[in-house]
Design a protein around this ligand. Structure first.
Ligand SMILES: C[S@@+](CC[C@H](N)C(=O)[O-])C[C@H]1O[C@@H](n2cnc3c(N)ncnc32)[C@H](O)[C@@H]1O
Length: 200
């Protein structure tokens, strides 16, 4: 389900930079930092952007790697960004939906599964972190059939206790497994990113 934006966060210098650079969201700078730290993005790569709307991560992938990439973006909400048709496929739907998973199987496999998806938040940290951990586990599971050997995984997680268990799961399947909080995450936010590099 979509994340409800009940309290609008104040624009900050990342929002201003995103506006100036023509990105649909300030979240783009989280992916940029993750990529700078882990060097995940490669030319000629195939990427899956889960929970992609409005589309700044997809924009970044296309701007950074075009024309040498294939990108599939999935969201239950309409994407604002649509890249060149020969490079970019948008699937409107739920990552838990079997039909979406079947389409992904036929469009994959991917060099990286990147997810900034966030479940609908209730304002109760225990409930929200459990929903986020459930989504992360689902994505780790999907990556088993969708990510190539040697490929990578990036999953947003609301920190609240389950992240060490999830990291352990990732460590069993990837050469490197880290929890990384980009500076672009808002100070008040308890989000962080699980990163797996080098699928075994
Ligand atoms: C923080 S936004 C992503 C921002 C995006 N990375 C960008 O840079 O524009 C989180 C997205 O996750 C999507 N989402 C939440 N649950 C989902 C699900 N079950 N399947 C697909 N998308 C989902 C929401 O609709 C929302 O657009």
């Amino acid at each position: 389900m979509a994340q409800k934006n009940t309290k609008r966060s104040k624009p900050d210098h990342y929002s201003e930079r995103a506006r100036k650079q023509g990105y649909f969201a300030r979240s783009v700078y989280k992916l940029e930092e993750i990529n700078n730290k882990f060097g995940l993005l490669k030319r000629s790569g195939r990427y899956l952007d889960m929970g992609a709307a409005p589309g700044s991560w997809s924009q970044y992938l296309v701007r950074t790697l075009q024309p040498d990439l294939k990108l599939v973006s999935v969201d239950i909400q309409e994407m604002k960004y649509q890249g060149p048709g020969n490079l970019h496929t948008v699937l409107l739907g739920d990552m838990y939906d079997h039909a979406i998973q079947q389409q992904l199987s036929s469009l994959g496999p991917f060099d990286a599964l990147l997810s900034d998806a966030a479940p609908n938040t209730m304002g109760n940290r225990t409930v929200d972190t459990l929903a986020s951990a459930g989504m992360a586990e689902h994505l780790i599971f999907l990556a088993r059939s969708l990510v190539v050997p040697g490929g990578s995984l990036v999953i947003k997680i609301f920190q609240g206790g389950e992240e060490q268990n999830l990291l352990r799961m990732i460590r069993e399947e990837y050469t490197t497994a880290k929890l990384f909080k980009p500076k672009a995450c808002r100070k008040e936010s308890f989000e962080s990113f699980l990163v797996g590099v080098g699928r075994k």
